[in-house]
Design a protein around this ligand. Structure first.
Ligand code: ADP
Ligand code: MG
Length: 152
């Protein structure tokens, strides 16, 4: 028997929930693109607080993780809130990604090195990166990071 839950992540087994399957499928399809061999898309999810954005992207993540074709990383950037120094953001962001992808040989000390994280020689598989709370970053930090993602 499920319970109603009004805080924290929804657990499909424990809580009543709205399936939102169409939205999850759409986000999944857009990330992967029509032909995953030929690359997917950047998407942004934009909605007010507490409307289920994080939950939906976690569901998308677990759908993708069922395959072995990609590396998938879900990273919440809340911990970089109000950090103005682009080099520090690049360093801390890289540290998290290096941990999650087991890339311990790589060291990223500044925003100039940041692009190396996403190079073909670095990554074993195509990477799908889900960045939660991206808008917590300072505008000039966002501009720098986005410039790197667009290069790839
Ligand atoms: N599909 C869902 N069905 C029912 N409740 C949900 C669902 N998705 C989210 N919630 C509830 O809404 C709250 C906010 O969800 P969350 O994904 O954290 O929103 P956001 O990331 O937009 O702030 C969660 O704590 C959960 O209780
Ligand atoms: Mg959220």
């Amino acid at each position: 028997m499920r319970n109603f839950s009004s805080y924290g992540p929804i657990d499909r087994e424990l809580h009543y929930y709205v399936p939102r399957q169409q939205l999850i499928d759409d986000a999944f399809q857009q990330l992967l693109g029509k032909n995953p061999e030929k690359g997917g898309h950047y998407i942004t999810v934009w909605a007010p607080r507490q409307t289920g954005k994080t939950w939906i992207m976690q569901e998308v993540l677990s759908t993708i993780e069922q395959g072995i074709q990609f590396d998938v990383v879900f990273l919440s950037l809340q911990f970089l809130y109000e950090e103005n120094d682009v080099d520090i953001v690049a360093q801390l962001f890289a540290r998290e990604l290096i941990k999650k992808l087991n890339l311990e040989n790589l060291s990223i000390d500044s925003s100039k090195d940041f692009h190396r994280l996403f190079e073909r020689e670095t990554l074993m598989k195509p990477l799908i990166l889900i960045l939660d709370e991206f808008d917590a970053l300072e505008p000039k930090v966002i501009a720098r990071l986005v410039a790197v993602f667009r290069l790839r």
